[in-house]
Design a protein around this ligand. Structure first.
Ligand SMILES: Cc1ncc(COP(=O)(O)O)c(C=O)c1O
Length: 105
């Protein structure tokens, strides 16, 4: 997980009483098994930073939908990869990744 995200999940969210569960696995079944009744957000990186693990986002999205648990948002950070491969159908927060605008080159 990207350090900035990790810092927010590790320090800021708990300060607001928000519990965070971390997964090492990139198996869809593990993601679904970790969903709790109070889960409101599942956060993924399409290509994880720094290990470059790939998760099948479409399969996760289908499995989350199949749970039928209202109020669970699937958030996908696609910073590492080209926006060409992933466009959200619901809410797309678009920002040119640092690899496109040149800040990390
Ligand atoms: C997975 C991930 N998310 C977010 C960021 C932050 O991207 P930016 O610096 O473009 O805001 C990075 C940067 O490396 C990243 O790898």
């Amino acid at each position: 997980m990207y350090g900035g995200t990790y810092g927010m999940f590790r320090k800021d969210l708990p300060a607001f009483g928000i519990e965070v569960t971390y997964l090492e696995s990139n198996e869809v079944s593990s993601v679904i098994a970790a969903v709790k009744p109070n889960t409101r957000l599942i956060w993924l990186e399409t290509c994880s930073n720094p290990f470059l693990n790939i998760l099948d986002v479409e399969e996760v999205a289908k499995a989350v939908k199949a749970l039928g648990q209202d109020g669970v948002i699937l958030g996908v950070d696609n910073t590492f990869l080209t926006p060409y491969i992933l466009v959200s159908r619901r809410l797309h927060v678009k920002k040119e990744p640092c690899f496109i605008d040149g800040r990390s080159i």
